[in-house]
Ligand binder design. Structure first.
Ligand code: NPG
Length: 368
């Protein structure tokens, strides 16, 4: 088998509505797609890095650079043609997990498209469809928030996640609880608080939330453990969980009772599965996060979210929640669920005409 090369493709996708978090407001998604070619078969993936290093230290231009400068030449020189070979080959390079995840997934997709095995089957999925939640950004007013949440509930979303930050926390949670009653509700702070805010965060205990996600800095695992002793709302970690080892440490410290798994953040689906396995062994429920993926990333996330430990609805919403036109056939909500793709590999391929419309740059890096 021959690794022929990788195409790096920048795609500029307008979001259907601005998405505001404590680290900024997104109106477009600057997507880096990767296409691996192995023996003439294309494997696709989506790098989850954002344009700017505000959610994590990674960003799109850096991911493309480290792939081109270090990672692809290494995969080429070792002629890595199997997904399981990518992480060991790239292990000498520190960090850059989002870049590593994209390369691993593209090679895995090419491999599985060749062998005819679905991502879901390869990862050990046990569901044909996954329960779906939706993440709701910070809004200008409580009225706008209630309208948005009401719309999503009417569409069938099974749980609501509210983005919070200092100044937008208790009031939106209280308003949503009051209006919509006993829905599954959780909050995500994206590291906007510190342990000094524990008294404010403790006020959320009154609203029977499923969880509070990543209130503190990603390196402040101990702070999360302290908060967990002070509040009854379960603490969930996202940014802090960079690997299976980090998950083991966080669980052992009592820093989280629930884990959000994002394959891109942890270096790929194979490490994501290891995190899942560690959490299952410790009785810690997991759910699949989202990073405004197109259909390429969403397809693979759905396969992961079908593993047995994913017992909470994820941020794997329908395509139309993000994009008027998606790169792949759109994923549609059906009775509050999305179907898990069953075709070979990630089970989807991009539509050429949509790619052409939104592509801003492409580069082919041969592995010959
Ligand atoms: O539905 O894909 C989605 C978005 C879910 O809130 C969401 N993602 O912090 O989890 C997060 C947040 C995010 C979005 C993080 C974009 C980074 C980039």
């Amino acid at each position: 088998m021959k690794l022929e090369g990788f195409e790096l493709r920048r795609v500029d996708m307008p979001l259907v509505a601005p998405f505001r978090t404590s680290f900024g407001t997104e109106t477009r998604r600057d997507v880096l797609l990767v296409r691996a070619v192995v023996d003439g078969v294309d494997g696709w993936s989506e790098c989850v890095a954002m344009s700017d290093p505000l959610y994590s230290s990674e960003y799109v231009a850096a991911a493309a650079d480290v792939m081109k400068r270090y990672m692809i030449p290494t995969l080429a020189s070792q002629q890595v043609v199997e997904g399981t070979g990518v992480a060991p080959a790239l292990a000498p390079f520190r960090g850059h997990r989002m870049a590593k995840a994209a390369l691993e997934t593209a090679v895995l997709d090419a491999e599985l498209k060749t062998t005819g095995v679905s991502f879901a089957r390869e990862l050990g999925a046990v569901q044909n469809r996954v329960a779906t939640g939706v993440s709701v950004g910070i809004m200008d007013s409580l009225d706008a928030l209630l309208d948005t949440v009401g719309g999503y509930l009417a569409e069938g979303y099974q749980r609501i996640k509210l983005k919070i930050e200092p100044g937008w926390d208790v009031a939106p949670v209280e308003a949503v609880r009051e209006r919509f009653g006993n829905i599954l509700l959780q909050v995500d702070a994206n590291a906007a608080y510190s342990l000094a805010d524990a008294a404010q965060l403790k006020k959320l205990d009154a609203f029977d939330l499923l969880l509070i996600e990543q209130p503190f800095d990603e390196e402040d695992v101990r702070g999360h453990a302290e908060l967990a002793k002070l509040t009854s709302t379960p603490v969930c970690l996202d940014e802090s969980i960079t690997s299976a080892r980090a998950a083991v440490d966080a669980i052992a410290m009592g820093a989280c009772r629930i884990v959000n798994i994002k394959p891109g953040r942890v270096g790929g689906y194979l490490e994501a599965r290891r995190i899942h396995d560690v959490c299952v062994a410790h009785g810690v429920p997991v759910w699949c996060g989202g990073m405004l993926e197109t259909g390429i990333g969403r397809a693979a996330n759905l396969a992961l979210a079908a593993l047995p430990g994913f017992t909470l609805p994820g941020d794997t919403s329908a395509s139309e929640r993000y994009y008027a036109t998606d790169i792949t056939a759109p994923f549609r909500l059906d009775d509050g669920h999305l179907a898990v793709p069953r075709g070979p590999g990630i089970g989807v391929t991009p539509k050429a005409e949509v790619l052409d419309e939104f592509t801003t740059a492409t580069e082919w890096i041969p592995a010959a």
